[in-house]
Design a protein around this ligand. Structure first.
Ligand SMILES: *Cc1c(COP(=O)(O)O)cnc(C)c1O
Length: 370
């Protein structure tokens, strides 16, 4: 089978050694496995709460990132609490849907999907609704590629002693986050985005004291974050069957992240990828949806060119050449998205730009090169 490069927000292109790490079976009670589980948990805490291995804890759960979001919201917001969900894209909206489905008391602060959530707007919403005990916000809105100002937003919740839940799915591992310095209590991510593992594992780094206080209170049996923490703490075992191969791959991926030079080095590679991509596609006449100052290094949304452009044909022809891109996720504009994360380097981005240029020419799409 021909190797495909995935320019997508996950699953994404992984390295041969990460995939090779899955090449053997291991029992879930085997000391080899439970030791790896504890090593992975400690490494995750160290990435986002360095120097605080006891105050913060990492919980692993089977499933994609949404499972950990649902486990977090369903476990940590009490019945007499109130969650303010900040929405400026599809992933904020997903957290709102989770709160609604789980009947978690909640309010919503909606901001246009091409704008960042401003700290003043969050402060005003909290002033207007003093019953709010928890805030949930998305760090990088993968819908558009927009980066919300996490530090400024966390300063607002911190000043009010509000518990902060952050969907850091597409930023964890690539953008520096210090939970303790910022005042983040629950940071939710998954194995298959900037950590460059394979899909199948979701994870939460949490304020240990807060999460332990929620024992026996989750709204779900299997997505009980506090119970999973208790099991993992006890002996490194999941409550139910763990995705053993996925954990082995994540352990390898975390070692590779370290070898690359850590979060800053990885973030710098993604930022280079994104710049090469945006500059290359802008030069051939495509337009980004977001201005550069709101753009993350993770994924970029481009406006679709005029007819005869057709996304399905564009996608298919790129796929044939070994490049996988992503459709847009906006209701307000016709767009497509290109990720710059995973095992991708400048040369891959340049190759994609060249392939897109050739496919657009073949399709007879007239662009104004800049
Ligand atoms: C990928 C992603 C998720 C989780 O999506 P899954 O399909 O469940 O993995 C949640 N939030 C953001 C911002 C994401 O990028």
């Amino acid at each position: 089978m021909r190797r495909q490069l995935l320019f997508t927000p996950g699953p994404l292109t992984t390295s041969d050694d990460v995939r090779a790490a899955m090449g053997h079976d291991v029992g879930s009670r085997d000391a080899e496995f439970t030791t790896i589980v504890q090593t992975v948990r400690a490494a995750l805490v160290d990435l986002v709460a360095p120097g605080h291995p006891d105050r913060y804890c990492a919980v692993l759960l089977p499933g994609s990132g949404t499972y950990a979001l649902e486990a977090t919201i369903g476990t940590c917001v009490p019945d007499d609490g109130r969650l303010l969900v900040v929405v400026n894209g599809a992933y904020g909206e997903r957290m709102r849907l989770i709160a609604e489905r789980l009947r978690v008391p909640h309010a919503v602060l909606t901001v246009s999907d091409h704008l960042t959530v401003e700290p003043d707007a969050l402060g005003a919403a909290l002033d207007a609704d003093p019953a709010v005990t928890h805030v949930a916000v998305v760090h990088c809105e993968t819908t558009t590629g927009l980066l919300n100002p996490l530090a400024a937003l966390a300063a607002v919740t911190r000043a009010r002693s509000i518990t902060l839940i952050v969907d850091a799915m597409s930023s964890f591992g690539a953008l520096p986050i210090d939970m303790d310095a910022l005042g983040v209590h629950y940071l939710v991510a998954s194995s298959n985005k900037c950590l460059e593992g394979v899909p199948g594992l979701s994870l939460v780094v949490a304020d240990r004291r807060l999460l332990q206080a929620r024992r026996g209170r989750a709204r779900s049996f299997s997505l009980d974050l506090a119970a999973q923490l208790q099991a993992l703490d006890a002996d490194g075992q999941f409550r139910f069957t763990p995705p053993t191969h996925v954990v082995l791959a994540l352990a390898r991926a975390l070692a590779d992240l370290d070898d690359e030079g850590g979060v800053l080095a990885r973030g710098a590679r993604y930022a280079r990828n994104q710049r090469v991509l945006a500059a290359g596609l802008t030069a051939i006449g495509l337009e980004t949806y977001l201005p550069a100052e709101r753009q993350s290094p993770i994924i970029t949304t481009f406006l679709t060119p005029p007819p005869p452009f057709d996304f399905e044909r564009f996608y298919e022809r790129l796929h044939t050449r070994g490049f996988v891109i992503y459709p847009g996720k906006l209701t307000t504009a016709d767009t497509f998205r290109v990720g710059s994360i995973g095992q991708l380097y400048e040369g891959d981005m340049l190759a994609l730009v060249e392939a897109m240029h050739a496919v657009l020419r073949d399709m007879g799409v007239a662009l104004q090169p800049t």
